[in-house]
Ligand binder design. Structure first.
Ligand code: SF4
Ligand code: SF4
Length: 187
C-alpha cells in the first residue's frame, strides 16, 4: 500500500496539525524511556513502513507516521490513534531500520503510555477479561466444541486463568487496564 494513501478521517493521522496540539517536551520524555531512546535518530526513510506486514494490508497503519507524530510532540493524537494498536510486534521494522531505531519498542512504549491515560480499544479490554475468565483470548463458541467432537478431534486444553492471573501480577500495563477500566472507551 502506498505511503501516501488517501486520508482516513477516523484515525486522524492525516488531519491538519494545530500548533496547540504540539507538546515539545514529549520527545524528551520518550527518549528517557526504555525502548524509545533512539527515537530521534529516525530520518523518516520509510523502510519500517515498507517492510511492515501490517502496513501492507492496512490503509492507515504506518509505523513511520507513528514515530513522526511522536517526535513532533503530537502526544494526544498518537496516544489516541487506533492504528497504534494494529502493530503485531513482529519486530521486522526494528531489524530493518538503518538508524537502529527500535521501532516496535517505541510502539510498545506509546501503547503503555496510552494505557496509563486510559486509552485502550474496547476489543483489548474484552480479550483481557476473557483471558482472566477462561484462559482464552476469546470465548470459544459451544458450536465449535461440538463440531470438534463430531469430527473426532480431542477437546481443547482447559485454560488456566488462575495461573495467568498470577503471572500478570505486577504487570503495569495490566494494572493500568484495570485502574482505568472505567474511564476507557473504544477509540
Ligand atoms: S526505518 Fe528507521 S529511520 Fe526509517 S522511517 Fe522507520 S524508524 Fe525512521
Ligand atoms: S513490529 Fe509492528 S510496526 Fe514493526 S513491522 Fe511488525 S507489525 Fe509492523
Amino acid at each position: 500500500m502506498a505511503e501516501n494513501a488517501a486520508p482516513v478521517a477516523k484515525d486522524g493521522m492525516k488531519e491538519p496539525i494545530k500548533s496547540s496540539e504540539i507538546n515539545p517536551k514529549f520527545k524528551y520524555e520518550l527518549i528517557k524511556m526504555h525502548g524509545s531512546e533512539k527515537l530521534l535518530k529516525c530520518f523518516q526513510c520509510g523502510t519500517c513502513t515498507s517492510d511492515c506486514p501490517v502496513a501492507r494490508y492496512s490503509d492507515t497503519y504506518r509505523p513511520r507516521t507513528i514515530l513522526r507524530m511522536a517526535s513532533l510532540g503530537l502526544k494526544d493524537r498518537v496516544l489516541k490513534s487506533d492504528t497504534l494498536w494494529l502493530c503485531a510486534a513482529c519486530f521486522t521494522c526494528t531489524d530493518r531500520c538503518p538508524q537502529d531505531v527500535e521501532v516496535a519498542s517505541v510502539i510498545r512504549v506509546l501503547r503503555n503510555l496510552a494505557a496509563e491515560e486510559g486509552v485502550v480499544p474496547q476489543v483489548f479490554k474484552e480479550e483481557y477479561a476473557s483471558v482472566l475468565e477462561s484462559g482464552y483470548a476469546y470465548k470459544i463458541p459451544e458450536l465449535r466444541t461440538r463440531k470438534r467432537e463430531t469430527q473426532g478431534l480431542p477437546p481443547l486444553p482447559k485454560g488456566n486463568p488462575e495461573k495467568i492471573r498470577k503471572s500478570l501480577k505486577g504487570v503495569r500495563f495490566v494494572e493500568n487496564l484495570e485502574k482505568k477500566g472505567e474511564q476507557t472507551g473504544q477509540q
